[in-house]
Design a protein around this ligand. Structure first.
Ligand SMILES: Cc1cc2nc3c(=O)[nH]c(=O)nc-3n(C[C@H](O)[C@H](O)[C@H](O)COP(=O)(O)O)c2cc1C
Length: 163
């Protein structure tokens, strides 16, 4: 079979799709969908999320230096689509969607209570790669629904229907 040139902007698929939540210095909660995310260190545990500077969440994360990575399930698709297509600059998405919130233990940012996994992160570095700024987040705490972890805290991803 002969090869043809593919689209460079979408050649690495599927991408993990997560919801990043944050809280502004004014106390307002916000969240957006992020496809540009990955593990980037095992020890210490760190993840990276890529945010475009024009996003409302960008300034919040720059200012506060923290965020929460929330793993959403297929049952949360409606919320997910809304958070990925509307800006907190125009409305309070948490009020609009009636999102249930829990407080972070280590960071001043909201957890999306109905997501099965919430990862609290503190920004330790960032790299402007092009369209996105990749925020390196040191993992400070991982919250999991009880039924998806074993006694050692290992997560059984087969028990969650991720988007
Ligand atoms: C599947 C999907 C993946 C996305 N990935 C990213 C991403 O990696 N980085 C980013 O900045 N925006 C991404 N977006 C767009 C933002 O989620 C969207 O612009 C959102 O409305 C921004 O919200 P905010 O202005 O309240 O921060 C993605 C949207 C979707 C639907």
């Amino acid at each position: 079979m002969s090869k043809v040139q593919g689209n460079m902007k979408s050649c690495l698929q599927p991408m993990a799709k997560i919801v990043v939540s944050c809280r502004g210095t004014d106390g307002k909660n916000n969240a957006l969908v992020v496809g540009y995310c990955c593990n980037c260190s095992y020890d210490p545990p760190m993840v990276m999320v890529g945010i475009v500077p024009s996003r409302y969440s960008y300034k919040i994360i720059k200012e506060t230096g923290c965020f929460v990575v929330n793993l959403a399930t297929k049952q949360q698709k409606e919320m997910f689509d809304y958070l990925g297509s509307h800006s907190g600059r125009d409305e309070d998405k948490f009020s609009k969607l009636n999102i249930k919130v829990e407080e972070g233990i280590k960071v001043n940012a909201p957890l999306l209570a109905d997501c099965p996994i919430n990862i609290e992160c503190k920004v330790v570095d960032s790299i402007v790669t092009g369209s996105h700024e990749m925020f390196v987040g040191k993992i400070e705490y991982v919250h999991c629904n009880g039924e998806i972890v074993d006694i050692k805290g290992e997560i059984d991803f087969s028990k969650i229907d991720l988007i």
